[in-house]
Design a binder for this molecule. Sequence first.
Ligand SMILES: *Cc1c(COP(=O)(O)O)cnc(C)c1O
Length: 398
Amino acid sequence: MTHDWKDEAARDLMSLGGRLANLERGKGSHVWDTEGNRFLDFLGGIAVNALGHAHPVFVEAVTQQAQRLAHVSNYFATPQQLELAARLKRLAKTGDEGRVFLANAGTEANETALKLARLHGNKRGKGTILCLNGAFHGRTTGALALTPKAAYQDPFAPLLPGVVAIDPTIEALERAFTDDVAAIFAEPIQGEAGVVPLPDGFLARARELATEHDALLILDEVQTGSGRTGEWFAHQALGITPDAITIAKSAGGGFPIGALITFGEASSLFYPGTHNSTFGGNPLASAVANAVLEHIEDTGLLENVTRRGAEIREKVQELPLVSHTRGAGLLIGIVLDGPVAAEVAAAAFERGLIINAPAADVIRLAPAYTIGDDEIAEFLDIFAASLDAVAHSQENAS
Ligand SMILES: *Cc1c(COP(=O)(O)O)cnc(C)c1O
């Protein structure tokens, strides 16, 4: 070995942390690094690889479309883009009125949603945009303004004015909802905060208040959408209709794509000249998203998401150090008895399992929708051993 990849990474990549291994290949729920180590991937590229790695449907869609047409700019429509927009409207149940803006990632979809909120507010002389403590909406300056975490925001102040962060409680919501509110942004389950669902009734009340005060209810379904929770979109389990949702992550099964989907009157706020994207809606990304979403639909994978999620949560509950679990479908937060999640994730990685620790006491799982008995058995083996190792090292330390 003449060079170490870690030295190259330190020399050439922006210093932003991460880079646990140098991965070169994947198949199904497994990935391999350049040294031949094999890992079970139960993080799924952070809730992205809906069909796992190198799924034949994904590979076929990329190769077929790349040979036909990959990019044309937004001066043109393509059949793939039109098919995807119609599919997303159908899955999101927008009805005919709905509209779709195709972007390249979750953050870009949220930036677009923020502009939607401004268009709505500026028409009515309303300047306040509400977001929730614990939220994550992205790292560009607009999305960052909606992501109230000091470590993320403070180095980049001043941020967008008019954004007010409130606690995700119904009382705080009722107190904050004045006529100046143009929009409220919320994730149905706060993934980055540690897979934290909103309180019961929160989004239903937000819907009522938004309607009452002529504000938009904008749901960030970047992590919870595209089937991750066992519904196409998490809010569908609550029986509410938002004014807009944003999606990305699993929507392309590993190919970069994002979208803003609007409902009702919010669909007519943008007009020519107010927004666009060079790569957004390109035929390659659209074709892959079509193939991935069609496969999920045709093979009933959402049922697998619901069933396997419940199975994992039931079995994990028996393990040492586990307090309880939360989430929906295959977006699972495992709450531990103490702030040892980083140690557990590191112990798992050493044993060939990829998971992460979004909070000090929470392990997150977001595996492929395709997992079955074998993957779950392997996960439980390694995860139990990792918890044991951390529990023992704690005993020895005390
Ligand atoms: C990941 C994530 C984003 C950012 O998406 P990118 O594709 O990384 O830009 C935004 N919102 C939520 C809820 C996310 O989980």
